[in-house]
Ligand binder design. Structure first.
Ligand code: NAD
Length: 243
């Protein structure tokens, strides 16, 4: 049960802000059935990221790399966005949220109806040839196809460990966050660089909703250690009651 005082505090922050930007991580999608990476049930307790989700694996251990992403794509097939994604999309419709910046590669913010979404780590379903960049479908990837044009290996359009973030997306997301009156950070351990630098440059108020404590809690004006879906649903209800 989330304390009603913090729900009201976040509602007031949202009402007072003229420009709210949301930054999300894997934690907003765990309620859709997608495991995150670093909490106790997360991926990285079972698998080493440097071994699979990396440029090194793609280039030197392609079968392991492909199997890992085939598994993640298969897992996504049976899952969809949850109430947290939907509430954020509704808040964009109502003008309460101006943009969502996400580390997630699942596409759930867009599926839920958010329009201004910055996918800093790309999208798992945007398959391309690693060598010549020709576009392919998820079906091609899961069926172990190679590039018809150059014979190269297919890969999802995600930013791998060892790769840089797309600079234009990064710059736009950075500008949104720096200038926001309110930055609402949801479901991230704030361990992945450079994304974890974003809350430190934000000039406005900062709120963190995360199931567990992070090493950056101190920089936030308000920290709510609870599940994102129930916090967002609680704030949504409080907003409706006061409008
Ligand atoms: P992370 O796994 O490092 O941290 C997730 C955080 O979310 C944890 O601190 C956990 O306590 C919290 N959390 C889990 N469930 C929650 C809930 N219901 N409500 C609130 N908080 C919850 O994830 P990260 O910080 O996003 O960084 C991991 C990297 O993994 C990112 O680069 C991202 O691209 C990638 N990733 C993406 C997905 C996805 O697209 N759904 C899934 C796993 C990992």
């Amino acid at each position: 049960m989330v304390d009603s005082k913090v729900i009201e505090e976040l509602r007031d922050y949202l009402n007072q802000s003229k420009y709210t930007v949301v930054l999300t991580g894997a934690g907003i999608s765990t309620e859709s059935g997608i495991p995150d990476f670093r909490s106790k049930d997360g991926w990285w307790n079972k698998i080493n990221p440097a071994e699979v989700a990396s440029i090194k694996a793609l280039e030197n251990n392609y079968e392991l790399f492909r199997d890992f992403y085939k598994y993640r794509l298969m897992m996504l097939e049976g899952c969809k966005f949850n109430r947290g994604h939907k509430i954020l999309a509704d808040w964009e419709d109502k003008g309460l949220v101006k943009a969502v910046v996400t580390q997630n590669i699942d596409g759930f913010h867009k599926d839920a109806g958010s329009n201004r979404v910055y996918e800093l780590h790309g999208s798992i379903s945007a398959i391309r040839c690693h060598a010549c960049e020709k576009k392919y479908t998820v079906e091609d990837f899961v069926n172990d196809k190679n590039c018809q044009a150059c014979g190269g290996n297919l890969r999802p359009g995600v930013v791998l460990f060892g790769e840089g973030l797309p600079s234009y997306v990064w710059q736009e997301a950075y500008d949104e966050i720096v200038n926001a009156d309110l930055l609402l950070v949801i479901g991230t351990s704030l361990n992945v660089s450079p994304v974890n630098s974003l809350p430190t440059v934000a000039k406005g108020k900062k709120v963190l909703i995360n199931a567990e404590k992070t090493h950056m809690d101190d920089i936030f004006d308000l920290v709510i250690n609870s599940a994102a879906g129930s916090v967002l649903a609680g704030v949504n209800k409080a907003l409706q009651e006061t409008r």
